[in-house]
Design a protein around this ligand. Structure first.
Ligand code: TTP
Ligand code: MG
Length: 354
């Protein structure tokens, strides 16, 4: 059955994060890099206005400065990028049947079901762009195609703030004229080897004999042939070996105040639920860790009848497990979720169990 896959990639991500914090920078050349004051290091990324001056990633800052002395040169702020990224992933996951974060500013979404609720794929892509722009003040580019590698090439096709939709019967005609380096993973070296063999476009890759390609490039040759022929069938999904997610809170002063406890539980549950959502995972076991005054530490767990992913369940179960410690002075409270698995199926509403 045909799938519909979307790849979403933020435009000039690091630069866009700074611009959203300082709106006066909007529409101006903004360059993020190593050590701008001393003119050392390289450009990490830059706004599209800076790209007009010929500035690009990996260029020495000193060269960038010569090209555009009036640009704004900023040091990276990774905490900012991480928090904006988490928020964006939280939005994107809601548009996906299956979600996969693929980097700080990009994600793959299997949208085969969800997209059918929209008038056209274009409207769906526009809804994603509008939602991220409204809530996070960042523009992004969206590709929609029948598989991951084509969706990725498509999202890059009309940057910035672009939408490119490639229906199944247009995959090959879309790919054919593009240079081989548009395929994710084809760097300078691979491009050179292919060019040396007279292969410049994806269309030429498509027509090659796969065994000959493997002779030239080894195993990656076979993979490039699959991509060029629109036959990438990799599923969207989080590939990682996360076994559990947990978070702890240490109170500034030992407390037995019930409100302090429920605030802490709610805060931790919120963080954990978000972490699960960006990975599209669900849990079955909730454990709490309680450290009382005098460093006595206890853990309690409960395994639920089925997998779930909601914050409300984390709060309910943790609060119940905490009951036996009511009245004690608490120093630290932690919650851990285990028995994780990828969310692929419709979730039962577990709240009915309580
Ligand atoms: P990219 O998505 O490759 O680049 P970008 O978002 O800045 O620009 P584009 O509009 O072309 O997508 O990478 C995302 C972020 O990752 C980028 O803002 C900075 C960081 N990055 C590096 O740290 N090193 C690098 O070599 C590249 C390419 C990006
Ligand atoms: Mg990007």
């Amino acid at each position: 059955m045909d799938r519909t896959i979307s790849h979403v990639d933020m435009d000039a991500f690091y630069a866009s994060c700074h611009i959203r914090e300082t709106p006066d920078l909007k529409g101006t050349p903004v360059i993020i890099g190593g050590d701008p004051e001393k003119g050392r290091g390289v450009v990490t990324t830059c706004s599209y206005e800076a790209r007009k001056y010929g500035i690009h990633s990996a260029m020495p800052i000193s060269t960038a400065y010569q090209l555009c002395p009036h640009g704004t040169y900023l040091r990276p702020d990774f905490q900012l990028y991480k928090s904006v990224s988490d928020n964006i992933m939280g939005i994107l996951v809601q548009f996906a049947d299956i979600f996969q974060r693929a980097g700080i500013d990009e994600a793959y979404l299997d949208v085969s079901q969800k997209i059918t609720h929209y008038q056209t794929p274009y409207h769906f892509a526009k809804a994603i762009q509008d939602s991220i722009l409204t809530h996070e003040r960042i523009t992004c580019s969206v590709g929609i195609a029948p598989n991951k590698s084509v969706a990725k090439i498509a999202s890059d096709f009309r940057k910035p703030h672009g939408i490119t939709v490639i229906p199944p019967d247009e995959v090959l005609s879309f790919l054919r004229p593009l240079p081989v380096e548009r395929i994710s993973g084809v760097g300078k070296k691979t491009k050179q080897i292919l060019n040396d063999h007279g292969i410049g476009t994806i269309g030429q890759l498509e027509k090659m004999d796969v065994t000959q390609l493997e002779r030239i490039l080894g195993k990656p040759g076979g993979w490039l042939w699959i991509v060029a022929n629109g036959k990438d069938e990799r599923p969207v999904g989080y590939r990682g070996s996360v076994k559990s997610v947990g978070k702890e809170h240490t109170f500034t002063k030992d407390t037995r105040n019930i409100q302090d406890m429920s605030n802490a539980i709610e805060w931790i549950a919120d963080r954990l639920a978000r972490r699960l959502h960006v990975r599209t995972m669900e849990f079955k076991t909730v454990s709490i860790k309680v450290r009382l005054r005098g460093f006595r530490t206890y853990t309690r767990s409960r395994t639920l009848p089925c997998h779930v992913d909601t914050k409300e369940v984390i709060i309910l179960v943790s609060s119940e497990l905490f009951q036996e410690f009511r009245g004690e002075y608490v120093r630290l409270l932690g919650i851990r979720l285990t028995n994780l698995r990828a969310t692929t199926t419709y979730q039962e509403n577990l709240l009915q169990w309580f």
